[in-house]
Design a protein around this ligand. Sequence first.
Ligand code: ATP
Length: 328
Amino acid sequence: MSTTATNPGWSVICDQVEKSFGSKKVLTNLDLRVPSGSILGLLGKNGAGKSTLISIMTGLLNPDSGSIRIEGRDPVHMPHHIFGSLIGLAPQDLGIYPNLSVLDNLRGFGGVQGLTMKQAKVRTDELIALMGLQAQAKTPARNLSGGQKRRLHTAIAMLHNPRVLFLDEPTVGADVEARSGILDMVRAMASEGTTIIYTSHYLQEIAALKANLAFLIDGRISVQGGLNEIVRQYARASVRVTFTAEPPAHIPGWQMRGKYIEPDHPISSPEAEIANLFQQPQMRETTVADISVIQPDLESAYMNIMGQSEKTTTPNQTTPAQLTHQGS
Ligand SMILES: Nc1ncnc2c1ncn2[C@@H]1O[C@H](COP(=O)(O)OP(=O)(O)OP(=O)(O)O)[C@@H](O)[C@H]1O
């Protein structure tokens, strides 16, 4: 069956996926759809099940139940050669040969992934330039810095230009420069039409990639949508009023945080909150050092989404509204 005939527009489809380790249920009734050619930021707390889900989507782990399609095919039963050409995976643990140079790692893995020697050479040169590792091309991988190793590891998953690329925390341990190099590589792959599933705890990276977002909470994708859509729906503006000395005694609707106070509730108009604050009698005896308006952003949305999930007692009831996949 052709991909387009069965799943027009979807690179990844997970339906009702369940996975437990012993008595521990990690994924439960998980549904996920990822449009072809998009970048998905898969977000969730430590231990939420992101790596487990990636292992299932890449056929390394069997689900207990449910169905998975990658480009219309079941990853578990896919012939090895087709699987290899469709999927690229950079897991969290580094997979490079320490005694081989950067060049030989890339050319060697290129051969394993079915590239001809000529293709492997061309692609290796491209990736070395993209990674900014020209000066280290002949350096044994064991002598690279942590961030350089991480770049090499990520590049290996990209060698064969897979249709779907899974990157599990690709910037862990990377410094600012290495991180920027990895983001450039991801953008380059996305611009070629590769679908990318990207996990990270660095929200700024997800924002910089303009990725769509999926929040894995209590074993399922509880919220999914475009970046702007998520920020619009879940992030809140706030205001922060800092005092030169001690903040005033308790003001209803505000909470103290050291030398500053901020509203203890979601606000719709920062200006109205500030005007209201200055009408309070407690404010007469104080000297204000600074008033800042905090704009709604992904971090605020993340905290609100996670906060909502903590207030629920039953899994599968995490948010009142579930967003669609589109938009950014
Ligand atoms: N092979 C395994 N055997 C038993 N438990 C496992 C196994 N693999 C994962 N787990 C458990 O499943 C849960 C989900 O782990 P997973 O690594 O998928 O989370 P994660 O969201 O990727 O976390 P992190 O952000 O810390 O990388 C954790 O409680 C983990 O201990």
